[in-house]
Design a protein around this ligand. Structure first.
Ligand SMILES: [Mn+2]
Length: 388
């Protein structure tokens, strides 16, 4: 039997970080559809993120992306966040939107381009200093499109050199997390294509470097929960970028495409101590809401993570271990499926009521009138989006 009060306190303590870019306009390479009321600057993105936190009670951190969220005074941005009841989370670097990076950034064959990319990464650590952020998130679009285009191992050497320079710059309370993605925008080789490559680099760097698992960055059929279990065992799981994929890197709402996979991932997280704050695993959303309303979509995503977490916490571990030890294949599987098939919505409604929240976060948000207010207020100016 599960200890319901313990399950409830774990759910109340969970922190889900939302991405500033999730509030801005986004789309595909075919079309970015603008939506009315979308934030025009990082201050307005934080205002929207604060609404997600107000409705759910578990989303106090907002991840920034530099340069999309560049402001002249980061102290002011930090104060604005704190006034709204949220804090600045991870800082995401961007070495993929400059013409100089056509054939790479930190892995580029030209040392001048590599220096430029490293300078940007170091500037991101300055932003961390100014905002109180404790983690730098690195994803590199680096790779090659054609066999023979560049030397695979030389590019790994260049990558290591860059990562080392950034690692050396981190303060005692700061850390860096390295994200992998198996392809795109490069189509032949990618310099950090998988968890093993990220893990190997992080291991060399030291304890302040850990791996980011973006759930959309795997080939179809990859067993992501195995990767999660292994990284937790090695103390190298730094963060999640949660989203859903049907085909490639779709960036759809987490838990939408495959809620069972999300449950299996969170079962490994819960079972292996990943929910303990001391472990420092960041639970971030990395999504784009191209056709749906953004703030409700992010609230829904937070709820999806909570539901999968609740089910994972309901797994009867004693019964599971007994069945596993007895070699009871069907019994062990049944324990897991019992938890997955539990309707946890009433439990989460209770959790929210105990936190002083409306049991229905989407209804709570709708009742604030924020959606109508931003459409009326945010007129003129340039809407935030990719590259803005
Ligand atoms: Mn990501």
């Amino acid at each position: 039997m599960s200890d319901i009060p313990a399950v409830k306190s774990a759910l109340k303590a969970q922190v889900i970080e939302t991405p500033s870019w999730g509030y801005g306009n986004s789309g595909t390479r075919f079309k970015v559809f603008a939506q009315q009321g979308v934030p025009r600057d990082p201050f307005e993105k934080l205002a929207d993120a604060a609404r997600v936190h107000a409705a759910t009670g578990v989303a106090p951190l907002v991840s920034l992306h530099i340069p999309w969220d560049t402001v002249p005074d980061y102290g002011k941005l930090r104060a604005h966040a704190e006034d709204l009841g949220v804090r600045i989370g991870m800082i995401n670097s961007n070495t993929f939107q400059d013409d100089d990076y056509r054939i790479g950034s930190v892995c580029h064959p030209d040392p001048a381009v590599r220096r430029k990319a490293i300078a940007h990464l170091l500037a991101c650590v300055d932003v961390m200093d100014a905002t109180g952020s404790t983690a730098l998130k690195l994803w590199f679009a680096d790779g090659t499109n054609y066999p023979g285009q560049d030397d695979i191992t030389a590019r790994q050497d260049r990558l290591h050199e860059a990562l080392q320079a950034v690692y050396a710059r981190l303060g005692p309370e700061q850390r860096m997390v390295l994200e992998y993605k198996f392809f795109e925008p490069a189509f032949y080789t990618t310099d950090v294509p998988d968890w093993g490559t990220s893990y190997a680099h992080c291991l060399k760097l030291g304890p302040k470097a850990k791996v980011v698992v973006d759930t959309g960055h795997h080939a179809p059929g990859t067993n992501i929960e195995f990767i999660v279990a292994l990284l937790l065992r090695e103390g190298k799981l730094g963060a999640f970028d949660f989203n859903s994929r049907f085909y490639a890197d779709d960036d759809l709402m987490v838990g939408a495409a495959d809620p069972f996979q999300l449950f299996r991932i969170l079962h490994e997280v819960a079972k292996n101590g990943g929910l303990d704050a001391a472990n420092g695993v960041a639970f971030m959303l990395d999504q784009c809401h191209n056709i749906e309303a953004k703030i409700p979509a992010i609230i829904r995503s937070v709820m999806n993570v909570q539901e999968a977490t609740a089910k994972a916490l309901l797994v009867d571990l004693d019964a599971l271990r007994a069945a596993q030890a007895a070699g009871d294949v069907l019994g062990a599987n049944a324990v897991l499926m019992d938890a997955y098939n539990t309707d946890v919505r009433p439990l989460l409604a209770e959790v929210r009521q105990e936190m002083g929240l409306n049991p229905d976060p989407l209804a709570a948000y709708a009742a604030t009138g924020h959606a109508e207010k931003i459409i009326a207020d945010r007129v003129g100016g340039t809407q935030a989006g990719w590259g803005a």
